[in-house]
Each structure stands twice: as structure tokens, then as C-alpha cells.
Design a binder for this molecule. Structure first.
Ligand SMILES: O=C(O)CCC(=O)C(=O)O
Ligand SMILES: [Fe+2]
Length: 343
């Protein structure tokens, strides 16, 4: 049986005391045991989510020249705008099996943005004339996710029996990020040759990630319960929101809770010789204010379990992680090369 449980978010926001306590306990248990769960009834209709996926598809279908205008180049700034195929290298992150594989490619392109209020790192949007309603639609979804995230922080405080508001007060600044992912159609055989994957195993950096995926499949999570390999995340029902714990939460809890390792591969049902269809996903990364500490909270430190992490800011933690993924960055491929990398 698939161990990813589905929690009813409605029980948290409008349930009675018993339902709220049960939700907080399940959230805690799922994150501690597996690092993943799914949410239903999170307040967005199927039509709304369809609209988001339509905007996502429209963005990636824009001509190469339009995307290039808002290309992100690695540097001191945070990721904003379009990252071309192969520019980021998730294989250099933290999977036990791929630590030194800087030459492995992710067969995807993505678009990143922060909060509209995040003046320190302004967003880069495509021309409004090229794609109607994109900025407004994505900003709106961003705000919905941020609200869900803050609500879940209260649930986590209850689930972990932490002092009230000790997590919620860490979000004064708007430092979360939203990523649209596009995995272009690719020959299944290309993923089997060992150098390319849709997305190599990695953990995310923030507190929690909220992920929506389309119906193509291929997302797999590490089975932390049995330690017996990766297990597929079912694509149906499509509208459930997948939640996973990120690296900052792992640090704050002093490893009491581990960040969920995940990857995107060929779906199990794929024909080994054929083409995999293109795939889209939408990931929201809930981050604390950049100046807050990423050292373990006092509640998770004891004589038996001393602090495992140095006291750096969450921003510094994220910066170090991003630095790794752009190691050996290739120059941005031109339009034709983009197509060749994809197939
Ligand atoms: O595409 C997916 O399903 C996963 C995306 C992901 O893990 C990420 O963007 O960090
Ligand atoms: Fe991820």
C-alpha cells in the first residue's frame, strides 16, 4: 500500500477541536515518518488548478527569444525568471547515491518567482502582451500558498508541542519562492543511458514544499519507512497537493524530521523505446524570513541530542545550496540547442 496519506485541510481551518488536534498529529506523524503527505480540500477548485497549468504551459510555449529576455544567470541574486534546459544540476545536491555527479543533467526548464512584496529580489515577468494574465494568475496562486503555509505552521507548532507562534513569527519577510517546471518530451532511452534524468534525487531547501503535478507521472519519493528505495507518487487524483519537508525544517528540528528526498524519472508505465510526453509541475517553496536562524530550535536540543547544525541564517543555508546546483554551469543554450537537449 502506498504510504503517502491524504490529510483534509478543511479539518484544520474549519474543523472542531478534535479534528484540528487530529490534523496536527497526522501532519506531525507523516512528516516525521515519511517526509511527505498529500492535502485535499485546500481551497482551490479543479478549474482554478487547470487554469494554473494552462498558464504554465503557455509560458513554456513562448518563443525562445521571449524567455531569453527574462533568463536567470547564476550570480549573487536569487533565482528569478527563466532557467534554460540543463542550467541547474540537482544531482550535485544531497542524494546518498549521487554526491559527486556534477555532470548529470536535469532534462527540464523552469520559471522562478518570489513574492510581489519581495523588493530585495524583484521578479522577472514575460511581456504581458505575450501571455495574458500570467503575472496576475501566478501572483494570486503564490499568495494562496503562503497563507496555507502559515496556517500549517500553527498546525506544526501544535503537532510538535512547540511554544505557540514560535514558527509563525519567522515569516515577517516574504522570502518564499514559486517554481513552474517543464520537462519536455524526451526519448525514454535517453533517460536510461545514465547521464540524464528528468530531475535527480534531491531535497528542497525551505520549510515545506507544496507541489501540484499533471497526470504524466514519474515523481518518486524515498521510502523512509522501509528504507527500500523510491516509490511512485500516484498522479490520481491529480488535484491533491503534495507536501514535503525541506532542509530548513530538518535543521530547525535538529534532524528529528528529515527533508523528503524525491526525483522525477520515467513513469513506470512508459514504453522503454518510445517518447515520454512533456510533463509540468508547480512547486511552491515556503521559506522563513532570510535573517532568521537555521539553527535547531531549543525544543529539539538536549544533552542526549546536542545541536547538529551551526547557527547560520536561512538565507545563507539557501545560498550554499543554490551554489552547488549551478556548479560547472554551462552557457545558456540557444534555441536550436534547447530543442536538441530535450529530445
Ligand atoms: O516536478 C516534480 O514533480 C518535482 C519538482 C521538484 O521537485 C522541484 O521543483 O523541486
Ligand atoms: Fe524538489
Amino acid at each position: 500500500m502506498n504510504p503517502i496519506k491524504t490529510l483534509d485541510y478543511g479539518h484544520w481551518v474549519s474543523g472542531d477541536d478534535t479534528q484540528r488536534k487530529a490534523f496536527a498529529k497526522s501532519l506531525h506523524d507523516q512528516l516525521v515518518e515519511l517526509g511527505f503527505l498529500k492535502l485535499k480540500n485546500y481551497g482551490m477548485s479543479d478549474d482554478y488548478v487547470d487554469h494554473l497549468f494552462n498558464l504554465t504551459e503557455e509560458f513554456f510555449k513562448l518563443p525562445y527569444e521571449d524567455k531569453k529576455k527574462i533568463a536567470y544567470f547564476h550570480g549573487p541574486k536569487l533565482q528569478r525568471g527563466w532557467s534554460s534546459l540543463g542550467s541547474e544540476k540537482s544531482a550535485t545536491l544531497d542524494s546518498p547515491e549521487n554526491q559527486s555527479h556534477a555532470d548529470l543533467h536535469d532534462a527540464k526548464e523552469h520559471f522562478d518567482c518570489g513574492a510581489a512584496e519581495d523588493a530585495a529580489y524583484p521578479n522577472q515577468w514575460p511581456d504581458a502582451s505575450a501571455i495574458d494574465g500570467f503575472q496576475h494568475g501566478i501572483e494570486h496562486y503564490f499568495d494562496q500558498c503562503q497563507k496555507i503555509g502559515l496556517n500549517l505552521m500553527e498546525a506544526l507548532e501544535m503537532g510538535f508541542d512547540l511554544p505557540p507562534r514560535c514558527l509563525q513569527t519567522r515569516f515577517a519577510e516574504h522570502a518564499s519562492q514559486l517554481r513552474l517546471n517543464h520537462y519536455p518530451p524526451i526519448q525514454a532511452a535517453k533517460l536510461k543511458d545514465g547521464s540524464t534524468n528528468r530531475l535527480w534525487p534531491h531535497t528542497d531547501y525551505g520549510i515545506l514544499t507544496f507541489l501540484l503535478q499533471d497526470t504524466v507521472g514519474g515523481l518518486e519519493i524515498w521510502d523512509n519507512v522501509n528504507q527500500a528505495g523510491f516509490i511512485p507518487v500516484p498522479t490520481s487524483p491529480r488535484r491533491e497537493m503534495i507536501v514535503n519537508a525541506g532542509g530548513t525544517l530538518e535543521r530547525l528540528t535538529n534532524d528529528f524530521l528529515k527533508a523528503g528526498l524525491h526525483r522525477v524519472v520515467s513513469p513506470a508505465t512508459a514504453d522503454d523505446e518510445g517518447m515520454l510526453p512533456g510533463r509540468y509541475s508547480i512547486a511552491f517553496f515556503l521559506h522563513t524570513s532570510r535573517t532568521t536562524s537555521a539553527a535547531p530550535l531549543p525544543s529539539f536540543i538536549s544533552a542526549d541530542h546536542p545541536s547538529l547544525y551551526e547557527d547560520i541564517t536561512t538565507f545563507e543555508f539557501e545560498r550554499r545550496r543554490t551554489e552547488k546546483t549551478y556548479k560547472d554551469e554551462a552557457p545558456i543554450a540557444n534555441g536550436q540547442e534547447q530543442k536538441e537537449i530535450a529530445v
